[in-house]
Design a protein around this ligand. Structure first.
Ligand code: 13P
Length: 393
């Protein structure tokens, strides 16, 4: 059950002066290691999937495991798309189960970043999904994440941050105040004064990208100045790589399972260290009490078809399945035929929405309107439609 609304989760962190870790995961070992750590620490956690890592795994295949891990966790979990590349990426992520999204347009000029992010926010909010925007640019210096974030640092300014948040409606703002993606070279100078001023001006949860390599003291200062979500990846990747190298030297002949032995624990140990350092340990219960649970809606239609033979009816149904499943917030479209011929209704649509808000945005979506008006309603005879909200407790 404990998939929760990330806006509620981060608002709690913001108000209580701690940060939730958003740990990028690239495999089942990462997923299990991160959730194990959150369970041991009894902490809220964000399972983060970065589009910049999608060459390393099949996002659509991994997401059901991420969702299953989140659902069976006893601690509150949010599932986030990190560094999405496009609007389409965000729709795909939402439809696969992410309940918070970021599309990274931070390398674009301010006005373009605003336009891209505002379009995203409108769509996502219509699905009940909170949005992270990034303003200013956090580059990479060294390590696998560095090449995914080329270029020079561009600091976030207070004035631009105000304009950006007002114009886009983002729920959380990722800022550039001196951190870098990937490994550090030396100790980075962080501009706490800039962070404090942004925090005073905005009064909303701020996000720090490039958590790897910062000192304990730097984390404390960031959190004291409004950082409520810290993104973290390279150090987990390095802990995993170190474990594999160790396994290679001690059990080189033991095959795959021998080489990945204890990987999950290595990832988990580093994750837990961060969770405790950032003040999230022991918060699970109060966060759960504060967060709206994440509840799906099942949009049920049972109907008969008039004036079409069975083959044509099935063609119409297949087209509907294809079109409707692309609408933002649609998790699944099940189409079915009654197993007994004399049942009152012969066909069904079971359209699963990620959030109750999708009931309205789906109804009004041009793809739904076009399909319903041109293909479905003209042939739909007697029918009944009900929206069911999931019962979770
Ligand atoms: P690090 O790899 O530096 O920890 O940064 C991760 C990150 O910011 C992902 O968005």
């Amino acid at each position: 059950m404990p998939i929760v609304n990330m806006k509620d989760m981060l608002q709690h962190a913001y108000e209580h002066g701690y940060a939730v870790g958003a740990f990028d995961l690239v495999s089942l070992d990462f997923l299990q290691g991160i959730v194990d750590a959150a369970e041991r620490a009894q902490a809220p956690v964000i399972l983060s999937l970065a589009e910049s890592h999608f060459e390393a795994f099949d996002f659509a295949l991994l997401m059901p495991a991420v969702e299953a891990a989140a659902k069976r966790a006893s601690v509150p979990v949010a599932i986030h798309l990190d560094h999405g590349a496009s609007f389409e990426s965000a729709v795909n992520a939402i439809n696969l189960g992410c309940n918070a999204v970021m599309v990274d347009a931070s390398d674009k000029p301010l006005q373009d970043n605003i336009t891209i992010t505002r379009t995203l926010t409108e769509m996502a909010h219509d699905c009940g999904i909170p949005v992270e925007g990034e303003l200013g640019y956090v580059p990479g210096v060294e390590g696998e994440d560095a090449e995914r974030h080329p270029g020079e640092i561009c600091y976030t300014t207070v004035a631009e941050a105000q304009t950006y948040v007002q114009s886009t409606g983002v729920d959380f703002l990722a800022v550039s105040i001196g951190t870098v993606h990937g490994r550090m070279q030396g100790k980075p100078e962080l501009d706490y004064q800039r962070l404090r001023q942004i925090n005073e001006a905005l009064g909303m949860p701020l996000v720090i990208h490039g958590g790897t390599g910062l000192s304990d003291d730097q984390f404390q200062q960031l959190i004291a100045n409004g950082a409520s979500k810290i993104n973290y990846y390279t150090a987990l990747s390095d802990a995993a790589a170190k474990q594999i190298l160790h396994n290679t030297s001690t059990s080189a002949s033991s095959g795959y399972t021998g080489l990945v032995k204890d990987l999950r624990d290595a990832i988990s140990t580093e994750t837990e260290r961060c969770i405790r350092l950032w003040g999230a340990a022991g918060r699970a219960e109060e966060v759960l009490a504060r967060c709206r649970p994440w509840t799906l809606v099942e949009h049920l239609i049972v109907y008969n078809v008039e004036g079409l033979d069975t083959a044509s009816a099935k063609k119409m149904i297949a087209e509907g399945r294809r079109v409707l499943s692309t609408i933002p917030g649609v998790r699944e479209v099940f189409t079915g035929e009654a197993m007994k011929e004399d049942d009152k209704y012969r066909y069904t649509w079971l359209v699963r929405f990620c959030h109750p808000k999708v009931i309205d945005s789906y109804r009004e979506h041009p793809a739904h309107v076009a399909f319903a008006d041109n293909h479905f309603r003209p042939v739909a005879g007697e029918r009944m439609s009900i929206d069911y909200i999931e019962i979770t407790n």
